[in-house]
Ligand binder design. Structure first.
Ligand code: PHB
Length: 391
């Protein structure tokens, strides 16, 4: 009787495994993303891009079947950590990937080290993240990668007085500090340095404080997903009409929300790694396929981070011949270079961080839609904060 029960349980388990198509030697990729809550636009964009990559490139690599697991952490770092633990121990993932915000990526770093599981950061941007584990590599960006070119451009183009306005957490601090250092070194002046809360911010009083100082421009960092409300409140104070310009890294004018921001955002100048308007055959094919697979949704820079992250993981697996130990995979990742929808990119073999072009863009209306139109390129930018530490 007992034996029969066991047999039944075993065959039921087998039937389940067969139904889901899962096998023990399948390769699992675990994405931890904010699918709900304030950062959900990042989760939605990244998940769509990872799925698109698999549609286009198949679910087999190096002769093994790949399974994509997407888990929602709501951008809460305790959740990211708990989910990562579960993915490593129970699912035995070959890679952890994603992370909508820096605190989530940082919370998982010790687990990546302990489990020797590569952590592919496809969304977060604080410089220090890649230094927190030898198993971390990044396909997103760092804030300083954009803010230093932004500061150079502003100083050379008649912007003299700036009020800095950033979300009060690690990437905001990186953005404000790296912009101010470069901008003041090039002769610019920071009139005021304002921070506002990351969670549910009301920007109005901070915008008023900035407006009262009559700057040439406000330098803004808000994480992707918050730009719509920021620009709305900027316009409500008449700051666009007063001739105060918006400059900053491109998170504030991200492609997910840009088209809904309307006229007040026209002429905003940002420095960033990706625009859906980027003029290359690779990008045009990516944007078309992404829109087609997602009811016309336009990809933003987070989508490109995930798409490139998938490329990185597939290529690493090809190089190791399907071997999934962390040391082999990380060795395969170092120095990898390819053509992304954003342009040419590579992984710095010393830092495991991304090297990429940064583009200066202005918001224009094109065929009835708002786009960040690129007009100047800073080629092959390494993270300036890590580069400065090395000197
Ligand atoms: C981050 O938390 O590192 C982050 C999130 C969203 C952004 C940029 C940076 O747009």
């Amino acid at each position: 009787m007992k034996f029969n029960h066991l047999l039944m349980a075993a065959s039921a388990a087998f039937a389940l495994a067969a139904a889901s198509g899962a096998r023990a030697d399948d390769i699992k990729i675990g994405f931890i993303l904010p699918m709900t809550g304030q950062q959900q636009s990042t989760g939605k964009q990244e998940a769509a891009a990872a799925k698109l990559f698999m549609q286009q490139n198949g679910d087999t690599v190096a002769g093994k079947k790949v399974e994509l697991i997407i888990k929602d952490d709501g951008a809460v770092p305790d959740n990211s950590k708990r989910i990562a633990q579960d993915l490593i121990v129970n699912d035995k993932v070959a890679f952890l990937a994603g992370f909508g915000v820096t605190p989530g990526a940082l919370a998982v770093a010790p687990l990546a080290t302990e489990g020797k599981t590569p952590e592919i950061v496809t969304a977060a941007g604080t410089s220090i993240i890649t230094e927190k584990s030898p198993y971390i590599a990044r396909t997103s960006f760092t804030l300083a990668q954009s803010t230093v070119p932004m500061a150079d451009w502003a100083a050379q183009n008649g912007i003299k007085k700036v009020v800095s306005m950033v979300s009060d957490y690690a990437p905001g601090a990186d953005a404000a500090k790296s912009f101010a250092a470069e901008f003041t070194a090039k002769g610019g002046q920071i009139l005021d340095s304002i921070t506002f809360p990351l969670a549910n911010p009301d920007f109005a009083p901070f915008l008023q404080r900035a407006a009262d100082q009559k700057p040439d421009a406000i330098f803004v960092f808000v994480p992707s997903g918050q730009g719509g409300i920021f620009v709305k409140q900027f316009a409500e104070r008449g700051m666009d009409k007063a001739g105060i310009r918006i400059i900053g890294p491109g998170d504030v004018t991200d492609d997910d929300l840009l088209n809904g921001m309307g006229d007040p955002v026209l002429g905003a100048i940002t420095a960033h790694i990706y625009s859906a308007d980027h003029n290359s055959p690779t990008n045009k094919a990516f944007v078309d396929a992404f829109k087609k697979a997602n009811n016309g949704m336009r990809p933003n820079f987070m989508a490109v981070g995930a798409y490139d992250g998938m490329h990185l993981m597939y290529e690493a697996l090809k190089k190791t011949g399907g071997k999934t130990d962390g040391d082999s995979l990380i060795a395969a990742i170092k120095g990898m270079a390819w053509e992304s929808p954003r342009g040419p990119i590579s992984i710095d073999p010393d830092t495991r961080d991304i090297i990429q072009n940064v583009y200066i863009r202005t918001v224009e209306r094109k065929n009835g839609e708002l786009y960040n139109v690129e007009f100047e390129t800073f080629p092959s930018v390494k993270d300036p904060i890590k580069a400065a530490e090395k000197k």
